[in-house]
Design a protein around this ligand. Structure first.
Ligand SMILES: Nc1nc2c(c(=O)[nH]1)N[C@H]1C(S)=C(S)[C@@H](COP(=O)(O)O)O[C@H]1N2
Ligand SMILES: [Mo]
Length: 203
């Protein structure tokens, strides 16, 4: 992996890590907490993940059941719309592809609404959570995901701005239309591609 020394300059221009999308800075080893609501206390004894809506097989998995799937790991970068990026992070859990293979989306399904235990929602086109692009994770760098970062489990959709990655995730609803989620109703972009700087509606 290529790394550049932070602050190294040549000919008056900062050398930018090519992993940083436009307008983003490297937050280094810090991991800021961005939470709009109170942090919930969830027990893995009662925790479930539910897929509902336009699927052949609506399904609810318990903590033990979701851990029985093949584990999948993401290693890469995350990008918050407030301009920090965190490079080279590692999360493990289950791929959303694996869960959708069990629930079997209907041909009419075009979007998903990620649902959280706190009422937080965020909308995504189905194609942004399939093809190895999205996970439900409970492990960060080999340890249980800290509660302030969405533990016991959150979604990660790291190719989009990080507000698309619901903390304390409770499930996904498959829909045949685009239904703006919490931040999207409050002015954030529907899609949120950091490489296109899709920060706010109209970007
Ligand atoms: N439930 C919930 N999920 C959320 C948020 C939130 O406020 N509540 N904030 C989003 C935003 S804006 C970001 S940048 C990331 C922050 O995750 P972190 O606090 O683990 O850095 O979570 C996203 N998911
Ligand atoms: Mo964010």
């Amino acid at each position: 992996m290529k790394r550049f020394t932070r602050g190294f300059r040549g000919r008056g221009q900062a050398t930018r890590d090519s992993r940083l999308p436009p307008g983003q800075y490297d937050v280094g080893s810090a991991w800021p907490v961005l939470t709009a609501e109170a942090t919930p206390k969830l027990s893995t004894e009662t925790w479930t993940f539910k897929i509902r809506g336009l699927v052949e097989q609506p399904t609810t998995w318990s903590w033990d059941e979701i851990h029985a799937f093949a584990q999948s790991t993401f290693e890469g970068d995350i990008h918050c719309v407030t301009t920090w990026s965190k490079l080279g992070v590692k999360f493990s859990g289950v791929s959303v592809d694996t869960l959708l293979a069990a629930a079997r989306p209907l041909p009419t399904a075009t979007h998903v609404l990620a649902l959280g235990y706190t009422g937080y929602t965020t909308n995504l086109p189905l194609q942004d959570v399939t093809g190895g692009k999205a996970w439900v994770v409970w492990d960060y760098e080999g340890s249980p995901l800290p509660v302030e970062h969405g533990g016991p489990a959150r979604m990660i959709v790291p190719h989009l701005y990080f507000w698309k990655s619901a903390k304390w995730v409770s499930g996904m609803e498959l829909q045949d239309h685009n239904e703006p989620g919490f931040w999207e109703r409050n002015g954030y972009h529907d899609h949120g591609d950091p490489w296109l700087e899709q920060r706010y509606q109209g970007d």
